[in-house]
Design a protein around this ligand. Structure first.
Ligand code: GP9
Length: 409
């Protein structure tokens, strides 16, 4: 019954979601270069500390890109692997453990698989141990032709856990020259990983009087990554890839700070503004630079499961009956993001779930008035979260997409 209900849910969704927009097919035939940024949060974008821009290169890119300003990470305990999983399958991560580790050989309508079917070469790049998060098994299974792990990179400059992002991104761009056009490259940056301590020469922001040491380390770290992104963009331009490629950057998850005064608290609009804190806490940036498409800021709630449906719309490939839960962020409809632990944000309301996941024990905020309202107002959000999370779990636990592919053949 669960399998039939899930299938019906996807069939209904496919009918609903085909909305024509000015963006449809605008990226047809282009390469896709997608970069997942470690612990990168949206509260640093377009912000200054002591008069210095934290992310000058991303701020510049924002003006020339589709920038989605209300995107939230949806990860659980699988952290970085959860973000990769959701961005490339448009399903929710698991509530416990990582789908990469627990179900590494499942079949999905994954982004590399769909692009491959449409003639794309595909590769994943991550300058760390291939066994971490089981990637060496998962990537080929998701449809990546190549996985360039630490073993495939020149030593480069070590910053944090591995090769610094500047060297990683530059070397990855060089490797892309060997890929057949069109291609999809998926890059997982790593430098801005907890605890965010940077070598003295990369602590270039003058912020000695800002926040606590954790915040200062975090800001220096994301500032370094921003510079690495600037170098990467220049290289893509020099190598002739920029004009032929959609280039996407997004953050994988929050900073993971457990201190009472978190960076997101400091950057929230007002001290003690609970809704403001919630809105900032899980916020991640999402940039899609599409050659020939003017920059625009899109104010619609969404998450990592929406990245693939949005890209497929841009590439003109969304019409098939794929088993995706996310939405096209460009469809002009009300936005919505379900968090793995049951909270939900739309453009109008924020439902904060309680630990026991009972509707009545959660809190419902009206985003326009900034006030709490009766929790019944948030019941539709709650119902959506219960339904979508359970459908996603059924798909993963039952490897349902593999079964559906067999019967559809
Ligand atoms: C290491 C990187 C870190 O390969 O993915 O993952 P995280 O600790 O953030 O989940």
């Amino acid at each position: 019954k669960d399998r039939k209900d899930a299938k019906q849910w996807f069939d209904d969704k496919t009918k609903e979601k085909v909305v024509q927009t000015l963006y449809e097919g605008k990226a047809a035939g282009k390469n896709l270069i997608m970069v997942q940024l470690e612990a990168y949060q949206s509260f640093v974008i377009d912000k200054k500390v002591n008069g210095q821009e934290i992310t000058p290169n991303l701020n510049k890119l924002k003006k020339e890109s589709l920038y989605f300003n209300d995107i939230h990470h949806q990860t659980a305990s699988g952290r970085t692997s959860d973000a990769e999983f959701s961005a490339n399958t448009s399903l929710y991560p698991l509530a416990t453990g990582s789908a990469y580790v627990r179900f590494p050989r499942n079949e999905y309508d994954s982004l590399p698989y769909i692009l491959k079917e449409n003639g794309y070469d595909t590769a994943a790049f991550h300058a760390y141990k291939p066994g971490f998060w089981n990637r060496y098994i998962v990537y080929p299974n998701l449809g990546f032709n190549e996985f360039h792990s630490i073993e495939d990179f020149d030593e480069g400059e070590q910053v944090g856990w591995a090769i610094g992002d500047e060297s990683f991104l530059t070397q990855s761009a060089d490797k892309m020259k060997d890929m057949k056009d069109p291609f999809y490259s998926f890059l997982i940056a790593l430098t801005s990983h907890y605890p965010y301590t940077m070598p003295a020469k990369y602590q270039t922001l003058d912020i000695d009087d800002v926040g606590d040491v954790n915040l200062r380390n975090y800001l220096q770290s994301v500032h370094y990554v921003d510079q690495a992104i600037g170098t990467f963009i220049e290289k893509l331009k020099k190598d002739g890839l920029w004009e032929n490629s959609v280039v996407v950057f997004y953050g994988d998850h929050d900073t993971g700070y457990m201190q009472s005064k978190t960076p997101s608290t400091i950057f929230a609009n007002e001290e003690g503004d609970q809704l403001g804190e919630l809105e900032v806490k899980d916020g991640i940036p999402l940039f899609m630079h599409v050659p020939g498409v003017e920059g625009k800021e899109i104010d619609k709630a969404g998450g990592q499961i929406d990245i693939m449906p949005t890209l497929l719309h841009l590439f003109g490939l969304e019409k098939k009956n794929y088993h995706h839960i996310g939405n096209n962020l460009l469809d002009g409809k009300e936005g919505s993001v379900v968090f793995r632990y049951g909270s939900v944000k739309t453009d109008s309301y924020y439902y904060k779930s309680s630990y026991d996941l009972k509707l009545q024990n959660g809190t419902c905020y009206d985003i326009n008035t900034r006030q709490t309202v009766s929790v019944d107002t948030c019941k539709p959000l709650y119902d959506t979260s219960v339904e979508e999370l359970s459908i996603s779990d059924d798909v993963i636990f039952g490897n349902l997409v593999e079964q559906w592919h067999k019967t559809e053949k």
